[in-house]
Design a protein around this ligand. Structure first.
Ligand code: GLC
Length: 607
């Protein structure tokens, strides 16, 4: 049957109408990068293809929270924000941190491409910027415990507290190998040989969990690459003057281990190697770290560190180009981040920094953001907020304190002390001070003395353990006499961080401690010295007048763990992660160097 033209047109019209009826409107397909089921490399390439040069430079820029509020950060397409040591919201509570983090993510994901930011903090012995968080022993104590599973468990607990505040990136663990105890960051090291830093890289497993997008996981950072603990004189940010064989033998193994454990980021050291700043070291970053060791994550600078490349104040276009071309992927420019983005744009436009390098850096950064699940879950997982400072985490911290106490002298078995049977005297500036027993990187960058956060002081721990005993405390030892069965002097250092902790001259006890100890020594009562410090101290000349010596390091908020050892509830098991000098003149002094120490690396008594 021949159709007339009119009928044909009508038939086509009817067909189209039917199609419209039965074919739902096909929504514009979601871009691949937003498809959580798509392979991450495909998501990265799709997103990269949609990004402008500003977007890409923004991803490589990390600003301090105080220098970029959420709207500013989003408008500038910043890829990352950090809290420097002590940079906290007001009030400094877990909830306020979570609200702050969520505000940054709301702004970031409201931009056209909606790329979530990644937020970094130094949670180096617990989530130490947050008031009320559990403060674990610093790494030197964990090195003394040398229990990789414990270190992993602490990493997990720390990750949960971090996650409960929204934060998704921890600038930890420090895998430095501290060769000279004069260095102000000795306490951030697990040990003076690669052995214990390598063994305790399990912190990464605790922090990153089974998968980066698993509940409670955060991105870890192996730092500071490489040789930061080997500078001449223990000079923080100084010059590591050793040959490549020694650099590879001593300082590289912990980073190899970190990469084997899938660490997501690496932070570059301020220090130099034979005169060249690590932030300008293409051989060590591009060839060794990314090439030979096969590091697939991203490399971040240290705080304002690119300023130091040319030795002049402030950073220049040349320093920016040098750092990026040397293999750094993200630059921590806390305040001058606008200047950085402008200079880097100029260096790309003039060809000094190839677009391929910009794209490689973005692939590395975006891959971690996708792996963290930030595009699907950019906001705080509030199920973990209640873990901040929880009884379970504090119990873990107390166990770590027990296991980190090194018993160096125990004349006549004066330890363990009986929990009853005669008065005890406690003295020393570090006996009743949460700030002093926690050390640097606690609430503030440098840390400080006093009741800075909730916890149990060593004195409180002693009192709780010896409930049947009268315990007298006087910081200066006033009132000690022969009526006491023993005197415990908790002495040592007050808090410091980084270069402010360098000790280029004396490494002994301060005058207050020495005067306190003398009162106790002169009383004829058995003296038990407890050193709270970030390093071995120069105490050999005083040791003969002490009946016992316990190295407590920087135990953190759970001081009761020290009493657990003093009263025998835990038999001391820890050993020295650092050789203990006979004299400061011996520094650097390390295992196998032929010098005669007061106590050798690996030494520790038990009951
Ligand atoms: C500091 C430290 C580094 C820390 C960074 C961010 O100067 O060197 O360990 O992660 O800045 O606070």
């Amino acid at each position: 049957m021949a159709f007339s033209r009119r009928m044909r047109v009508a038939a086509i019209g009817a067909a189209l109408a039917c199609t419209a009826l039965i074919t739902p409107t096909v929504a514009a397909a979601a871009p691949t990068y937003r498809d959580a089921s798509a392979p991450i490399p495909d998501r990265v390439e799709d997103l990269l293809s949609r990004m402008s040069l500003q977007d890409k430079i923004g991803q490589m820029t990390q600003a301090e929270r105080a220098a970029a509020d959420p709207q500013t950060a989003a408008s500038a397409s910043l890829g990352s924000i950090l809290s420097g040591g002590g940079s906290a919201p007001e009030p400094n509570t877990a909830e306020a941190w979570a609200d702050m983090y969520d505000e940054y993510q709301r702004a970031a994901t409201a931009t056209p491409l909606g790329i979530p930011l990644i937020y970094g903090v130094d949670a180096v012995h617990g989530h130490n910027n947050v008031h009320g968080a559990t403060i674990f022993p610093h790494n030197i104590g964990l090195g003394a415990a040398n229990d990789p599973q414990l270190t992993e468990d602490i990493g997990r607990a720390t990750a949960e507290e971090i996650s409960g505040t929204g934060i998704d990136w921890d600038f930890a663990p420090c895998l430095c190998v501290a060769r000279n105890d004069r260095w102000g960051r000795t306490y951030e090291s697990f040990g003076e040989t690669p052995e214990r830093p390598t063994a305790n890289a399990t912190a990464i497993d605790g922090l990153q969990g089974e998968a980066l997008n698993a509940p409670g996981s955060v991105l870890a950072t192996a730092k500071h690459y490489v040789g930061d603990g080997g500078t001449t004189g223990g000079d923080d940010q100084g010059n590591t003057e050793i040959d490549e064989q020694e650099l590879r033998r001593i300082h590289l193994p912990p980073f190899q281990e970190a990469i084997n454990r899938g660490v997501g980021s690496v932070m570059i050291s301020y220090s130099s190697w034979n005169g060249l700043k690590l932030h300008a070291h293409s051989y060590l970053i591009n060839d060794v770290l990314k090439g030979e060791l096969g590091f697939q994550g991203f490399v971040i600078s240290d705080y304002d560190a690119i300023d130091q490349i040319d030795g002049q104040l402030g950073f220049t276009a040349e320093e920016v180009a040098t750092a990026i071309n040397s293999g750094l992927d993200m630059i921590m420019v806390p305040n001058d981040w606008r200047k950085f983005t402008e200079l880097l744009r100029g260096e790309v436009e003039n060809g000094h920094v190839p677009m391929s390098r910009i794209d490689d850096a973005n692939r590395r950064i975006l891959t971690k953001k996708f792996e963290l699940g930030l595009f699907e879950n950019p906001y705080t997982d509030r199920q973990f907020t209640g873990t901040v400072g929880s009884p379970e985490h504090r119990a873990l911290a107390r166990d770590a304190v027990r296991k980190s106490q090194v018993l160096l002298k125990n004349e006549g078995g004066v330890l363990p002390l009986a929990k009853d049977g005669g008065k005890l005297f406690v003295a020393g500036k570090n006996a009743d001070d949460i700030g002093n027993q926690s050390g640097g990187w606690t609430i503030s960058w440098q840390g400080e003395s006093g009741p800075i956060t909730p916890g149990t002081t060593i004195l409180q721990g002693i009192r709780d353990a010896a409930k049947g005993t009268e315990v007298t405390y006087d910081r200066y030892g006033q009132g000690i006499d022969s009526s006491y069965r023993a005197a415990i002097a908790v002495v040592g250092e007050t808090p410091y961080a980084e270069g402010q902790g360098d000790r280029p001259s004396g490494m002994g006890l301060d005058q207050e401690d020495l005067a306190t100890l003398k009162k106790l020594e002169d009383s004829g009562v058995p003296v038990i010295a407890v050193t709270v410090s970030g390093r071995p101290l120069d105490i050999a000349e005083h040791l003969p007048r002490w009946d016992a010596l316990l190295a407590s390091w920087l135990p953190g908020t759970e001081g009761a763990g020290v009493a657990d050892v003093l009263f025998g509830d835990h038999n001391p098991t820890a050993t020295l992660p650092m050789t203990w000098m006979t004299s400061a003149d011996q520094q650097p002094i390390n295992d196998g160097d032929g010098q005669k120490p007061l106590f050798p690396y690996g030494f520790g008594l038990t009951y």
